[in-house]
Design a protein around this ligand. Structure first.
Ligand code: EPZ
Length: 430
């Protein structure tokens, strides 16, 4: 199994190209189930999760062809992928596939909208929390779906004439449930109004793509999304938006090591709250023509308190990385996680590098230390694992991160992007 070996101590200087967003690419790929025409997605990152979802979509009848053209020689493997689902050949998403990746549960929306039925395995818990699906079920029931849970599967059927548009207000903000209800409502009879919808940029990206396919969606990016049902959707060409979590991760890496890096092909507006926190920690952040410049020269890292929240709040997917940064601040900071109940698994691993962190309920108290020391550590989930990389970049000596498959789910060519900026990071295959 691969590991990542980091020798800390180098500043980062150079350019890092930002990939297309994993969490936009996944729902966009699933949207291809809604039409018998070809959906072409540009700027799709080359990640284990994209490969896994491709297998799942193939099972439902989606034909996938990849144009492996490199957009910039030697720097980005962003790909253009064509998804064509002439016929849905199977409306069942089996446990073996759904349990590997939670987002594959989201096929329930398009399958139900296009075929009138879906049998999708419950995803089960995952490392970061219990992650129930009650909001999906309640929302689809509001669109008149009949839902039964049997033997670990959700069996959903639409009324004879198809789903029926309705008003539904989410009792809690959910990115996935917003994606699913929005996709299901595109082909429903009548108008659907979703209240307390997720405002994440990835939701707006999906809505924009669906509109290019002929859907009638307004209000995306706000808490109220209105979807006027249409009879059918067509193909489209859409470019996946930049990955704001990858952007924030590398910005925090530069804030951690010091240096001067341009994050290319990204957009500051996607992560205002996180960039503000990094600024308060002592980095200078300025827009460039095609991205963001992050600089930290000399000044120490200041302690900053943050609380995770749905967009536009501080993203839970950057919480672990920010904790990595705060381990070397020159004071005491507090990080409160409000989205997932078990998203502090990186705390024990950061402690192995010398971090001083104590937990009280959903809040971590981080007492900054002046030096971290490299050690063997274990990745526990995608974002937790990259927080160990950030800490390792500033630790003295060697940090060896095992279970790297977590990183490969969401960070495209991480070691190459960091190495090109002067870091000492390499993949070691046993
Ligand atoms: C998406 O997950 C992201 N995944 C997550 O990123 C991200 O952490 C999360 O949104 C929050 O921003 C993808 O986009 C593929 P939610 P999702 O439904 O949609 C609860 C990463 O590292 N909830 O917004 O699954 C849920 O338990 C991943 O890239 C219910 O209670 O998250 C959580 O507490 C990890 N009932 C909260 O809502 C439901 O039916 C928010 O979850 C659904 C969710």
């Amino acid at each position: 199994m691969d590991r990542i070996r980091i020798v800390g101590g180098n500043e980062l200087h150079g350019v890092i190209p930002i990939s297309g967003a994993k969490n936009a690419a996944l729902p966009l790929m699933i949207a291809s189930l809604l039409t018998d025409d070809t959906l072409t997605l540009e700027n799709v990152p080359h990640l284990a999760d994209v490969e896994q979802l491709s297998r799942i979509l193939g099972n439902h009848g989606v034909d996938i062809s990849v144009n492996g053209r490199r957009e910039r020689q030697g720097e980005s493997y962003a790909r253009t992928i064509h998804f064509t689902c002439r016929n849905i050949v199977d409306t069942t998403a089996p446990y073996e596939l759904v349990s590997k990746m939670r987002a594959s549960f989201w096929v329930i929306g398009p399958l139900l909208a296009r075929e009138g039925k879906a049998r999708v395995s419950l995803p089960g818990g995952c490392a970061i929390g219990t992650r129930p699906v009650d909001l999906f079920i309640e929302g689809l029931q509001a669109l008149s779906a009949n839902i039964e849970i049997d033997g670990g599967y959700v069996n959903a059927t639409a009324p004879a004439g198809g789903l029926i548009g309705a008003r539904y207000t989410f009792p809690k903000v959910s990115v996935g449930a917003t994606h699913v209800l929005m996709m299901a409502a595109t082909l429903a009879n009548g108008t659907t109004v979703l209240g307390n919808a997720a405002r994440e940029p990835e939701v707006a990206d999906l809505a924009n793509c669906l509109n290019a396919m002929g859907a009638k969606i307004t209000g995306q990016g706000t808490a109220t999304i209105t979807i006027e049902g249409v009879r059918s959707l067509s193909g489209a060409r859409h470019r996946v938006l930049p990955d704001r979590i990858e952007t924030g991760t590398y910005a925090m890496a530069v804030a951690m090591t010091g240096g001067d890096v341009i994050l290319e092909d990204t957009d500051m507006a996607l992560l205002d709250t996180a960039l503000e926190a990094i600024r308060r920690a002592g980095a200078e952040i300025t827009p460039t023509n095609s991205g963001i410049r992050v600089v930290r020269n000399g000044a120490g890292i200041k302690p900053v308190d943050i609380v995770t929240d749905p967009f536009p709040g501080f993203p839970t997917d950057l919480q672990a990385q920010f904790m990595g940064l705060m381990t070397k601040s020159n004071g005491v900071s507090h990080i409160t996680e409000t989205i997932f109940e078990n998203r502090f698994m990186h705390v024990q691993e950061l402690a192995r590098l010398g971090a001083k962190i104590s937990l009280s309920g959903q809040t971590a108290k981080i007492e900054g230390v002046s030096r971290l020391k490299g050690a063997p550590v274990m990745a526990t989930d995608l974002r937790a694992s990259v927080s160990l990389v950030i800490a390792g970049l500033a630790a003295e000596g060697e940090t060896m991160v095992s279970r790297v498959y977590h990183l490969d789910r969401g960070f495209e060519r991480l070691e190459e992007k960091l190495t090109r900026c002067g870091a000492h990071v390499e993949r070691v295959s046993d």
